[in-house]
Ligand binder design. Structure first.
Ligand code: NAD
Length: 299
């Protein structure tokens, strides 16, 4: 069934996601603070919105894909925001990676206006957004989830209800903790092996089929060995995610000692001008400690 969908936030992720919604036959009205970001999608058939409120007034379902909590807060709850245009029965789906606490605040404000809200962050990066193969982790009421599934399926390969509003972002933070700590552990291991005189590619091939093997290792070790830190997923975005994880953990009195340590590495890397490196660049922090680059001998 085709729907009237509003899409707010046409960045690296939002552009290909909105394209996949149009491919699936939905009618789109779009908005981004940066006018040129709308031009390509409008030229491909979407209507141009004048504000988040305007988009919401013209849509049954509104999707937001924004950098972080403050932007989501502004776009949904702020002046000219989604809630100024939404009607009772509108469904708002925030697909940004934000603090679960901000998602709960937005969910409560929506509920007070009779508007349904889901938090539905994604994993899979730009390639997954282009291919429509994102992993989508959703928090919210089952009825709202059921209504959203056909729309989310146009953008993702897996769509999983993980709990009430906020649970989608708790799941995403859990994902980001595992990825960041995995990259850091991989970095320590490969720096040690390289400084011992081994070829890191040989070490990678020797361990990848065993218990230490992982999607992270398979995706990131070859990038490090090739000295390719083109993003992918930027260090500054991962730092934002770990900050949100640490804030959420503090509010629940949960200690995340390993995450805290990796967060310090990410901050140091940003101060070193590497915020726009791929997150595999975490390894460069550990390389500096050992004055050893993970690369093939003689490279
Ligand atoms: P991006 O910075 O490329 O895009 C964000 C867009 O939002 C920009 O076009 C910006 O102009 C717009 N925007 C900001 N504030 C706005 C407002 N108030 N109203 C309207 N538009 C506004 O970011 P991205 O890489 O597309 O990431 C979006 C979200 O998805 C982030 O939370 C990120 O952590 C998450 N994410 C990104 C990736 C990735 O690989 N890039 C992977 C998974 C999840």
């Amino acid at each position: 069934m085709s729907c009237n969908i509003g899409f707010i936030g046409l960045g690296i992720m939002g552009k290909p996601m909105s394209r996949n919604l149009m491919k699936a036959g939905h009618r789109l009205v779009v908005f981004d603070l940066v006018t040129v970001s709308m031009d390509a999608i409008v030229s491909e058939g979407a209507a141009r919105g004048t504000s988040a409120a305007d988009v919401a007034a013209k849509s049954d379902i509104v999707i937001t894909m924004l950098p972080d909590g403050p932007e989501v807060d502004q776009a949904i709850l702020g002046p000219g925001g989604v809630l100024e245009g939404a009607r009772p029965g509108t469904l708002v789906i925030d697909m940004s990676s934000i603090s679960p606490l901000v998602a709960q605040k937005a969910g409560a404000a929506c509920a007070a206006k009779g508007v349904d809200f889901l938090d539905a962050p994604v994993s899979g990066g730009e390639p997954g957004a282009i291919a429509g193969s994102l992993a989508i982790m959703v928090g919210g009421k089952p009825e709202a989830f059921d209504r959203a599934v056909p729309v989310l399926k146009a953008m993702g390969a897996t769509v999983t209800l993980t709990g009430p509003v906020g649970a989608g972002n708790v799941t995403k933070l859990a994902n980001q903790i595992m990825v960041a700590c995995n990259i850091a552990a991989m970095g320590e291991a490969l720096v040690l092996a390289t400084k011992a005189g081994l070829d890191p590619e040989v070490v990678f091939n020797a361990v990848k089929g065993g218990l230490a093997g992982s999607n992270v290792l398979n995706a990131k070790a070859p990038m490090v060995i090739a000295r390719n830190f083109k993003p992918g997923f930027r260090i500054r975005l991962h730092q934002k995610d770990l900050r949100n994880a640490l804030l959420a953990a503090e509010s629940m009195k949960v200690g995340l000692p390993i995450t805290s340590l990796v967060q310090q590495m990410l901050i140091a890397l940003m101060n070193d001008g590497k915020g726009d490196f791929d997150h595999s660049g975490i390894v460069t922090f550990l390389e500096n400690l050992a004055q050893t680059e993970v690369k093939k001998p003689g490279q």
